[in-house]
Design a binder for this molecule. Sequence first.
Ligand code: ATP
Length: 140
Amino acid sequence: MKKQFAVIGLGRFGSSVCKELYHLGHDVLAIDNDEVKLNGVSDYATHHVITNATDESALKSLGIRNFDYVIVAIGDHIQSSILCTMLLKEIGVKKVWVKAQNDYHHKVLEKIGADRIVRPEHDMGIRVAHHLDSERIIDY
Ligand code: ATP
C-alpha cells in the first residue's frame, strides 16, 4: 500500500532512504536546507523543498503532520536533529524515525519520543556479525 513519507536531511543515509522508498512506489517529500543536496534526489522524490527543519512554522506549512512517517536523517548537526524531532512530535507526527550519531544522541532521542532510532554503522555492524556467524554454522 502506498504511504506518504517525508525524509529530512539528504546525506548518504537520507538520500538512500529517499531513493529506495520512491522506487518502491511511495510518495516521498525530500527536505534539506542545502540546495545542492536536494538537487541530488530531485529525480527520486515526489516533491522536494528547501527548508530549515528546525523552523516550526515551516514544518507546519508543509502539512508534515499528515505524513505516515517522517525520517530525520540529520546526523552531524545533533542539536538540529534533536530540535527537529521534538518539533515533529509536538506537531503530532505519528511515526518519527531518526538517525542517531552516538550514544548520547540516541539517549536524548529516546527521551523526547522518537518512535524508532537507527544507528546505520552500529546496526549494520551487528547484522554483518550475525551473517558471518551463520556462515560459520553453514560452513561447518
Ligand atoms: P550521512 O552520514 O548520512 O552522509 P552526513 O553526516 O554526511 O550524513 P549530515 O551532516 O548529518 O550529513 O547532514 C545530513 C543532511 O542534513 C545534510 O544534507 C544537511 O544539509 C541536512 N541538514 C542539516 N541541518 C538541517 C536543517 N536544520 N534543516 C534541513 N536540513 C538540514
